[in-house]
Write a protein that binds this ligand. Structure first.
Ligand code: NAD
Length: 290
C-alpha cells in the first residue's frame, strides 16, 4: 500500500459519522490496487454541520470524489453542483464525483439493490412490489424501482414519522414516473398487507427489523403470507440471513439478502469514479480469505 502512494495519487474519501467501522476503504483500495488505478481511499469523521467545509476541501484538494454515509446524505445533496435523477427525487446522495471542479451527486443504494436482484435473476420491470419501510434505504429502493419500470409499489410503514416521509416519496414518484402505481399504507393494516403481498412479485424489507440487535424480529410474523413465485429481498446484511429470509425460504420463496446490495452500491460508485467495472469477484475472494 505504502508503495502505491505517489505524488500523483488522487484521493477519495468517505464522509459521515461514525465511519470507523466502514468496509469501504478495504474494498476501494483493493480494487484500485487490483486495477492499477492511482487513487487512495480514506475515511473522515464528519458531522452534518462540517459538510460545507468538507465539500470545499474536496474542491481545494481536487479530490476525485467522496462517498457519504449517515447523517450527511441529505445535507451533501444540497452542497453539490448537480444531481442524478434518482438523487434529485430522493434529495440525498451517497456518491459524489468531481468532474473538473463540478461536483455531481448520485444515490447508488437503490441502483445497488436493483443490480443485486438482477444478479439473482430477478428483474423489477413490470413487477408488483411491496416495500416495508420508508427510511433512507427504502426511499432509494422505491425511487430506483419506479425509474426501472416497476408496475406498482406498495409502501408499508409503521405509524412513526417515516410514514409521512413515505407519503412525500409517493407524491414525488407519481410526479416523475406517472406509469408506476404507488400507494402508502400503515403497517397496522395487516389485511391490506396480506392482500397486497398475495398479488406481489417482490417483497422487500428495508426497515431496521431483523438487523442486529433485532435479529429475531420480522414484519411478516404470519408466514402464510409467503406464496410460490414471491421473491423476498432483505436490505439487512447483519446477520447475512435474517429471520424473514429464513422463513420465506422455508415457505419456498426465492430470497435475496442485503450483502449484495452493499457490494453493488459500492461497485456502481467505483464505476462512476474510475469508469471501470469493480473487480467484485476478486474482492469477494480476497475478503473470504481474510
Ligand atoms: P432509517 O433509520 O432511515 O429507516 C428506518 C426504517 O425502519 C423506517 O422505515 C422505520 O419506520 C423502520 N422501523 C424501525 N423500527 C421499526 C419497527 N420496530 N417496526 C417497523 N418498522 C421499523 O434506516 P435506513 O438507513 O434506511 O436502514 C434501513 C435498513 O436498511 C437497515 O436494516 C439497514 O441495515 C439497511 N441498509 C442496507 C444497506 C445495504 O447496502 N444492504 C444500505 C443501507 C441500509
Amino acid at each position: 500500500m505504502e508503495q502505491r502512494i505517489k505524488g500523483t495519487t488522487g484521493l477519495l474519501a468517505l464522509f459521515g459519522s461514525p465511519v470507523g467501522h466502514s468496509g469501504s476503504p478495504a474494498m476501494y483500495n483493493f480494487s484500485f490496487q487490483h486495477d492499477g488505478v492511482d487513487y487512495a481511499y480514506v475515511c473522515f469523521d464528519i458531522k452534518e454541520d462540517q459538510m460545507k467545509d468538507a465539500v470545499a476541501a474536496v474542491k481545494l484538494f481536487n479530490m476525485r470524489g467522496f462517498n457519504v454515509t449517515m447523517p450527511c446524505k441529505n445535507v451533501a445533496a444540497q452542497l453539490v453542483d448537480e444531481l442524478s435523477p434518482a438523487a434529485r427525487i430522493i434529495g440525498a446522495v451517497n456518491t459524489v464525483v468531481n468532474e473538473n471542479g463540478k461536483l455531481i451527486g448520485h444515490m447508488t443504494d437503490g441502483a445497488g439493490f436493483v443490480r443485486n436482484l438482477k444478479e439473482h435473476g430477478v428483474e423489477v420491470e413490470g413487477k408488483k412490489i411491496v416495500v416495508l419501510g420508508a427510511g433512507g434505504a427504502a426511499t432509494a429502493i422505491q425511487v430506483e424501482c419506479a425509474l426501472c419500470g416497476a408496475k406498482s409499489i406498495s409502501i408499508y410503514n409503521a405509524n412513526d414519522p417515516f410514514l409521512e416521509r413515505a407519503r412525500g416519496t409517493a407524491e414525488k414518484i407519481k410526479a416523475e414516473v406517472p406509469d408506476c402505481d404507488v400507494k402508502v399504507t400503515c403497517l397496522d393494516d395487516q389485511d391490506q398487507l396480506r392482500a397486497d403481498i398475495a398479488e406481489a412479485d417482490i417483497l422487500i424489507n428495508a426497515t431496521l427489523v431483523g438487523m442486529k440487535p433485532h435479529e429475531e424480529g420480522t414484519l411478516i410474523a404470519d408466514t402464510a403470507m409467503f406464496h410460490e413465485g414471491l421473491v423476498v429481498a432483505d436490505t439487512v446484511y447483519n446477520p447475512l440471513e435474517t429471520r424473514l429470509m429464513r422463513e420465506a425460504k422455508e415457505a419456498g420463496c426465492k430470497v435475496v439478502g442485503g450483502e449484495g446490495m452493499l457490494l453493488w452500491q459500492g461497485a456502481i460508485a467505483y464505476k462512476l469514479y474510475t469508469g471501470l467495472d469493480m473487480p467484485v469477484a476478486e474482492y469477494q475472494a480476497f475478503k473470504n480469505a481474510q
